[in-house]
Design a binder for this molecule. Structure first.
Ligand code: ADP
Ligand code: MG
Length: 405
């Protein structure tokens, strides 16, 4: 998988002796804490990365998404410190950060990776909480900037630590909004509610069915292990070409289409009303954009129905149909991800699709556990044939959301 933009510190990931209950990543957080602060942390809090099983570009259309938490996680080792001072270091960032209440007067004073930490403290204080000063040391197995939401994992792990250290009254159901506010308003990155909801609220062996209009969530059984299946996350290593501008263009075209159809959002176009809606749109490109969103919402609902019925293998074709729709109708895929999907399917994957906003990022491949290696080999050799940078990969299981270790 890709490693961070910030690069590892000179110390790098280190082992803290025998592996603890929190696993190697928690041991690295402990080692980082002891190295920087010369004492033991009082506890560890973890939050996972996430992947969206299906439901792409449906969130800002008030539609449905179905993410699951990854068995890759970010761990914060933490202890309180006197005063309104917060200090944090990360094995994935060269520079530690330190800020005080004065620095939190308005967004923008703490920048770089520290803004994600400061944003959480800022959002808690904005919500009226008294946040205890703290020392934090962070370690993570979630690759940064690959679309697996290392940013939400960092926010959620820091939030969990501060809520516990301060004995704050903030139920889990309210935490995603607060973490989202940190990222939208303090860091300045526009994201929907999916990432924070997934990394905070997911359950092991389940996917999280999220209605982006009402924010209602439901835990849907998705026990890959019990079914003898595995999920491969393949990092396409494609450079994100013009992703921000293209995202804004897709969003604008969905909003225009909703206006043209006289509905609040494309979520309000039912699948059986799609043919009629298409006749009322001005051009072919807009028709294709709308067709993606409406059919994708329906694919999320169909996936949920199959999972509820215990038919995990039958989800495969829906994943592949989602990819085809992103490639042909929404036009957000790139040659690397199309190559990875095609190669995974030809090597026996039950279904495969790009996950995330597009123009790079990761591909999910649902495979029989025994087929994981041949599928990876097929993708790797298809990449080599085309001269692409070799892909990364990891096998994941649906994991729990943020928790104290
Ligand atoms: P994604 O969420 O898809 O991984 P983002 O660009 O949203 O990508 O977030 C990545 C940024 O989050 C990094 O550039 C860094 O600033 C910050 N970040 C996330 N996790 C960590 C970490 N463990 N240590 C330091 N910074 C982190
Ligand atoms: Mg992110």
């Amino acid at each position: 998988m890709t490693r961070p933009d910030a690069g590892p510190t000179s110390a790098g990931p280190t082992s803290a002796g025998p592996t603890s209950a929190g696993g190697p990543v928690a041991d690295r957080a402990t080692a980082g804490f002891r190295q920087r602060y010369g004492e033991q942390p009082v506890g560890h809090w973890a939050a996972p990365g996430r992947a969206n099983l299906i439901g792409e570009h449906t969130d800002y259309n008030d539609g449905f998404v179905l993410p699951f938490a990854l068995s890759l996680r970010t761990v914060v080792a933490a202890a309180g410190q006197p005063g309104e001072v917060w200090t944090a270091c990360s094995e994935l960032a060269r520079e530690p950060v330190e800020f005080t209440a004065d620095d939190l007067a308005e967004p923008g004073r703490v920048t770089g990776w520290g803004a994600y930490v400061a944003g959480v403290v800022w959002a808690l204080r904005e919500a009226g909480h008294t946040v205890p000063g703290a020392r934090l040391a962070i370690a993570s197995d979630v690759p940064l900037g690959s679309g697996l939401s290392s940013s939400a994992a960092l926010e959620a792990a820091v939030l969990a630590a501060l809520v516990d250290l301060g004995g704050l009254d903030l139920p889990a159901a309210q935490q995603p909004r607060l973490a989202q506010r940190a990222e939208n308003e303090y860091v300045g990155a526009p994201t929907g509610i999916m990432d924070q909801s997934a990394v905070i609220r997911c359950r092991e062996g389940h996917a999280l069915f999220l209605d982006c209009r009402t924010e209602a969530v439901e835990h849907i059984p998705f026990d890959l292990d019990a079914a003898g299946l595995a999920m491969l996350v393949i990092d396409s290593r494609a450079p994100h070409r013009h992703a921000d501008g293209e995202y804004a263009a897709r969003r604008a075209s969905c909003e225009q289409a909703a206006r043209a159809l006289g509905v609040p959002a494309l979520r309000d176009v039912p699948a059986d009303g799609l043919a009629d809606a298409l006749t009322r749109l001005p051009d072919d490109e807009t028709r294709r954009r709308v067709r993606h969103v409406v059919t994708e919402d329906q694919r999320v609902l169909d996936t949920v129905a199959l999972l509820r019925a215990g038919r995990i293998r039958d989800v495969g074709p829906l994943l592949t149909a989602s990819h085809d729709s992103m490639r042909d109708d929404f036009e957000i895929t790139v040659p690397e991800v199309d190559t990875a999907v095609r190669a995974a399917l030809s090597a026996g994957a039950l279904g495969a699709r790009m996950t995330g906003g597009g123009f790079g990022g990761c591909v999910l491949a649902l495979v029989e556990a025994a087929s994981a290696d041949p599928v990876v080999a097929a993708v790797t050799s298809a990449y080599a044939e085309r001269g692409f940078t070799a892909p990364g990969h990891v096998t994941v299981l649906p994991a729990p959301g943020a928790t104290r270790l």
